[in-house]
Write a protein that binds this ligand. Structure first.
Ligand code: PEP
Length: 250
């Protein structure tokens, strides 16, 4: 099977008000027309405005989380259907900041993935070990368990992406060695094949955790690295576009 088209997705986290749309416009202007998918996941308050501001360009808009239910008495939450209505076509699920800060378990992530599919959103499902787990030699075990536990069987035949994000590399400036990234990505690919058969070859497996212009090309060129999930460096158009430029073209 051909390698999936690389995806470079920016996770703006809880950053950005209307003034930040200028950066998004600059990303739209500089994003390549083909060969790589470029996505921005702003806070929920900006999804609709960013979708309108970037309409007609190649940048895909995504949410950062969604509730498992389509609507109801869930104060402060946003459903997949609402994100889609606002113009999103992707959603990040199971980010470590949600798992750690909001107590989300693998089964919560499964319910959210089901919700994303129901709402017509492509999920980006995040997995990754903590520093203690890596130092204990448990990174592969933890990550493959999260993949098995967070991806429902209903993903078979659907568009989805897995993001390997070591918790200790997020926002720290630290990154695993190239060998360690490849080892985990290969273990994720093997797990996807176990779960989905030949369909496990299709989804891109992103790397996330302190991707910057200076390390992007090396990381994005590694075997089984199908793109990047980028936090801090996605807030500045110049940095994000330099990362996008480092992606091998499909
Ligand atoms: C993230 O939070 O998904 C992330 C990868 O953050 P950063 O790039 O800032 O490490």
């Amino acid at each position: 099977m051909n390698a999936p088209t690389p995806l470079i997705a920016g996770n703006w986290k809880m950053n950005g008000t209307a003034g930040a749309l200028a950066e998004a416009q600059a990303i739209k202007a500089g994003a390549p027309a083909s060969g790589v998918r470029v996505a921005l996941c702003p806070p929920a308050t900006l999804v609709e405005r960013m979708s309108r501001a970037l309409a007609g360009g190649g940048v895909i808009i995504g949410g950062q989380d969604c509730h498992a239910e389509p609507s109801g008495a869930f104060t402060g939450d946003v459903s997949a259907e609402m994100l889609a209505d606002a113009g999103a076509s992707l959603v990040i699920l199971g980010h470590s900041e949600r798992r750690a800060g909001h107590g989300e378990s693998d089964s919560d992530v499964v319910a959210k993935v089901e919700a994303a599919l129901r709402g017509g959103l492509e999920p980006i499902i995040c997995v990754g070990e903590t520093l203690d787990e890596r130092e204990a030699g448990r990174a592969i075990e933890v990550v493959t368990r999260q993949v098995r536990g967070s991806l429902p069987a209903s993903l078979a035949g659907k568009a989805f992406t897995v993001a390997y994000e070591p918790v200790w590399a997020i926002g720290t400036g630290l990154t695993p060695s190239s060998d360690d990234i490849v080892e985990i990505h290969q273990a994720i690919r093997a797990t996807l094949r176990e779960m989905f058969g030949a369909g496990g070859d299709g989804p891109a497996i992103l790397y996330g955790g302190s991707v910057k212009p200076g390390n992007a090309a090396e990381i994005l060129g590694l075997p089984e690295v199908g793109g990047a999930l980028v936090g801090g460096a996605s807030l500045k158009a110049a940095d994000f576009l330099a990362i996008v430029a480092g992606a091998p073209k499909a």
